[in-house]
Design a protein around this ligand. Structure first.
Ligand SMILES: [Zn+2]
Length: 365
């Protein structure tokens, strides 16, 4: 189109119609700027409006992705999240407000309500659920695209197993501090998560937003990159999808695109067709401890925990006691006790989903 040098000539304020395509009754006028954009056009917009997308997680990444995809006019948007809105979320989770905190709204419910006011043409469905081996097929089946907005590796390895087995593309995204990375997984075409990272890191090794903090702009940047790849896939422009891993650090002013490894024929998941996370053979498992208002979390992969590291990190968010066997931290209303074998007992709840959430946030998975 050769319009790059003319940026700004037809500003938002003028609303100029010069060069606009003829009205198409099937495409609402609200999408005119996407229809004008040659990468999408009418055909791409029609595909978008017929598409079904599922977001796993509705925290920082998820709220930005959900907002962009609902505004872009995807057909169906399912949002899965197991958490409630808290005050410390508001710094970066752009769909939520103080009223959501006061009324203890689950994130999936708050997001659904807000998005319906943003674009009533989209079928938005917020589900307050925990994604695990038992629920994943029911929650993710039948979608064209899965977007990762989770906060832990267990969930990502689980959804990678599901996506590769069902041949559905998904888009990895992760942030902590001022750092973030993202890459798309196109099953059968590009490396899957297990081609890139052999297995989930041992618990407690990788920092999380709840222990190391995070700034809003990096979340917005990574979620926006994910949403852009989503638009390409959903608009039928798969050839434009990035085949590299984008890594950014907004505090160190670094922006890199790193070549992904090729698909590994020996990859247990996309090469050999083994899906241990999906089978429940790997990942975290929970047991509610009767009468103790506590849930025990056990890891199936035998990953051990570095107690010194865990104690150091937990000291930033609560009061910590420790001995050579365990670390105990009181965080808000919860008492988290972690053992060197990676096992944990979360006191203050009998809900396994809440316990897993606490574990993922402060220990990592
Ligand atoms: Zn693979």
């Amino acid at each position: 189109m050769g319009m790059k040098t003319g940026i700004g000539a037809d500003s938002e304020a003028t609303g100029g119609t010069a060069g606009a395509p003829e009205p198409d009754p099937a495409i609402p006028a609200r999408y005119s700027r996407q229809v004008l954009f040659e990468g999408i056009g009418r055909e791409g917009q029609e595909r978008l409006m017929a598409s079904r997308v599922v977001l796993v997680g509705c925290g920082a990444l998820g709220t930005v992705q959900a907002s962009l995809l609902a505004r872009a006019g995807v057909g169906t948007l399912r949002i899965i999240d197991r958490d409630f809105v808290e005050e410390s979320n508001l710094q970066r989770q752009i769909l939520f407000d103080e009223e959501d905190v006061r009324t203890l709204l689950p994130k999936a419910v708050a997001a659904e309500r807000k998005l319906r006011t943003v674009n009533s043409l989209v079928r938005v469905e917020g589900l307050v659920e925990d994604l695990n081996a038992a629920t994943i097929t029911r929650l993710l089946e039948g979608f064209d695209l899965i977007v990762d907005a989770t906060d832990n590796f267990d969930a990502r390895f689980l959804l990678n197993d599901f996506a590769v087995r069902s041949g559905v593309p998904w888009i990895y995204g992760a942030c902590v501090g001022s750092y973030g990375l993202t890459f798309p997984v196109l099953p059968g075409e590009t490396a899957c998560l297990r081609c890139v990272f052999e297995s989930a890191p041992p618990p407690g090794v990788s920092p999380s937003c709840d222990t190391a903090g995070v700034i809003g702009p990096v979340v917005g940047a990574i979620a926006s990159l994910q949403a852009a790849e989503a638009l390409k896939i959903l608009a039928g422009r798969r050839e434009r999808v990035s085949r590299r891993m984008t890594v950014i650090d907004l505090w160190d002013n670094r922006h890199d695109a790193i070549d992904l490894p090729p698909r590994d024929p020996a990859c247990p998941c996309c090469g050999r067709g083994e899906y241990p996370y999906l089978d429940g053979a790997l990942g975290a498992d929970t047991t509610t401890l009767c009468g103790r208002n506590s849930v025990q979390i056990r890891r199936r992969d035998g990953g051990r925990l570095d107690l010194d590291e865990a104690a150091r990190r937990l000291a930033a968010v609560g009061s910590v006691e420790r001995n050579r066997f365990l670390v105990r931290a009181d965080i808000d209303a919860y008492r988290l006790t972690v053992f060197a074998d990676g096992r944990a007992i979360v006191g203050g709840t009998s809900d396994p989903a809440v316990a897993k959430s606490i574990y993922a946030r402060y220990i990592g998975a």
